[in-house]
Design a protein around this ligand. Structure first.
Ligand code: ATP
Length: 314
């Protein structure tokens, strides 16, 4: 069966965070180590996915993201540790019928029309999603009778996305789904992924676009060198990675600013001083008490990109 032809029948589920937290995971890696020869790809990794959530797996090149997805798809076996999907081994046929995947390595023939590809993939499953629904969710109306080989890069990505939905899966893996797409096409696919979540499906996506994780994910798992280094909502990840930035003009010395509670960094850019602090409000209060001339005050949350770089630079 092609890699993308893995899927399942669904029922609506809540996406509320509290309800997610109280549910049993539907997929998990527990203490999983994966070695390729001497290369350690995953190092005692723990990861779990709960019903109805969109989870983004972030990490630099070689962090182990694709390896984690391949393990959850049952395409490779762990060196040690446990992999469970819907309570079973991911290689079992019944489990594979409940999962859909869009992988970087997906290849399909250029000589079939979009509709023919969908018909073929739908035929692999006992309860496929109706073709009209797939065309609507993946925004393929109008190009369903074109040959795959005649489509643009962005349209091809949407067809591969559509193929992952054919079996009406409850759990969907998207490995770099928007790679190579321009920002408008990327935003289009984000909207389509949100439709899936609204239908109650669980989505695990890997991405290098931090904006994508920020825009889409209920939860982000950052991995580096095969280990989870941080996990939380996009807001939590930004908050926990060194705090917010205070930009102002001040006569206070760097030494004094560094000594204020929760300050994690002080930089100077021309006339501006940038103070990074976990508790920005407290630091601003202290600064105003000490410097009557303080002006040009701005407080900003760090971009996810800053948080990511801070977390993975070690
Ligand atoms: N088939 C393989 N044989 C040998 N080493 C491998 C194999 N697949 C992956 N690796 C190694 O395992 C580590 C994790 O690779 P993996 O592809 O899971 O990372 P990734 O986070 O998906 O990276 P990228 O963002 O570049 O796609 C890397 O060091 C990689 O070189």
């Amino acid at each position: 069966m092609p890699l993308t032809a893995i899927a399942y029948e669904t029922e609506a589920r809540p996406t509320n965070g509290t309800q997610i937290a109280s549910k049993q995971p539907i997929a998990s890696l527990t203490g999983v180590t994966k070695r390729y020869g001497n290369a350690l790809a995953l190092d005692r990794l723990n990861l779990s996915l709960h019903p109805g959530e969109i989870v983004a797996l972030l990490g630099p090149n070689g962090a182990g993201k694709s390896t984690a997805i391949k393990l959850l798809l049952g395409l490779i076996a762990p060196t040690s540790g446990a992999t469970r999907v819907f309570g079973s081994d991911p290689r079992e046929a019944a489990t594979r019928n409940r999962v859909g995947a869009m992988l970087q390595i997906s290849r399909i023939t250029e000589m079939l029309k979009v509709r023919e590809h969908l018909d073929l993939f739908r035929s692999y499953y006992p309860n496929p999603l109706p073709t009209a629904d797939i065309l609507r969710i993946a925004q393929l109306q109008g190009i369903e009778d074109r040959l795959f080989g005649q489509l643009s890069g962005g349209q091809r990505q949407r067809v591969l996305f559509a193929l992952a939905l054919c079996g009406n899966p409850d759990l969907i893996f998207l490995d770099e789904p928007t790679v190579g797409m321009d920002i408008e096409a990327r935003r289009g696919l984000w909207a389509e992924i949100r439709v899936l979540a609204a239908m109650g499906k669980t989505v695990l996506l890997t991405t290098h676009y931090l904006e994508e994780a920020d825009a889409l994910a209920d939860r982000i798992i950052v991995i580096n060198k095969g280990r989870v280094i941080c996990e939380g909502t996009p807001a939590e990840i930004k908050r926990n990675s060194g705090g917010r930035r205070i930009r102002c003009r001040t006569s206070l010395s760097s030494e004094l600013l560094r000594a204020l509670p929760t300050v994690t960094g002080v930089e100077h850019h021309g006339e501006a001083t940038i103070v990074t602090a976990v508790n920005a409000e407290e630091v601003v209060r202290e600064m105003l008490l000490r410097d009557e001339t303080l002006s040009g005050l701005e407080i900003a949350s760090p971009a996810l990109e800053d948080a990511f770089l801070a977390l993975t630079k070690a």
